[in-house]
Write a protein that binds this ligand. Structure first.
Ligand code: GNR
Ligand code: NI
Length: 167
């Protein structure tokens, strides 16, 4: 197992669009395990492959306290969404920033598990928010880009200042 480096906004690699996973071999299994270790260490409740500079359609989520309920979504597709939910979101690629974001309240997602077996899942609440947040990453989108231009610009300025300080 290994800890992976998480890209930080505004790294342009966070804007890459991920491609379909076609092989479910040992390389993918290793990446899933390494991403899980990285997410738990952070700590975070979700992680998209994009965030560790692997541009394939794979994301992981674990909402449990005990960190023992890993959910793996490969080639996820949202089949339906309805309603609205507002929740405070954070992102491991945008450390220290927490903002309220409006998302669909109920979604049905189709994906494959780590063996490649397809499944459908209906989600609401934090799980629905998290799946949408992670699928956005696979499409090159980061949650701060959903904010007003004023809020977004302030955050980018702040992040650039932080980065300078840490050089
Ligand atoms: O750890 C995370 N917490 C979180 C909280 C509210 C909404 C979404 C998230 S996902 C985030 C981890 C992350 O950056 N995933 O891409
Ligand atoms: Ni994120």
């Amino acid at each position: 197992m290994a800890l992976l480096n998480i890209l930080h906004y505004p790294d342009e690699r966070l804007h890459k669009i991920a491609s379909q996973v076609r092989e479910f071999g040992p390389e993918l299994q290793q990446l899933i395990d390494d991403m899980a270790e990285t997410m738990y260490a952070a700590p975070g409740i979700g992680l998209a492959a994009t965030q560790v500079d692997r541009h394939i359609r794979m994301l992981i989520i674990d909402l449990s306290e005990e960190k023992n309920a890993l959910q793996v979504f490969i080639n996820p597709e949202i089949l339906s969404m309805d309603g609205e939910i507002v929740g405070e979101e954070g992102c491991l690629s945008v450390p220290g920033i927490y903002e309220e974001i409006t998302r669909a309240a109920h979604i049905t997602v189709r994906a494959q598990d780590r063996q490649g077996k397809p499944f459908d899942l209906t989600a609401e609440g934090l799980l629905a928010i998290c799946i949408q947040h992670e699928i956005d990453h696979l499409n090159g989108k980061v949650f701060v880009e959903k904010l007003s231009r004023l809020k977004f610009n302030r955050i980018v300025q702040k992040l650039k200042k932080e980065q300078k300080k840490n050089m």
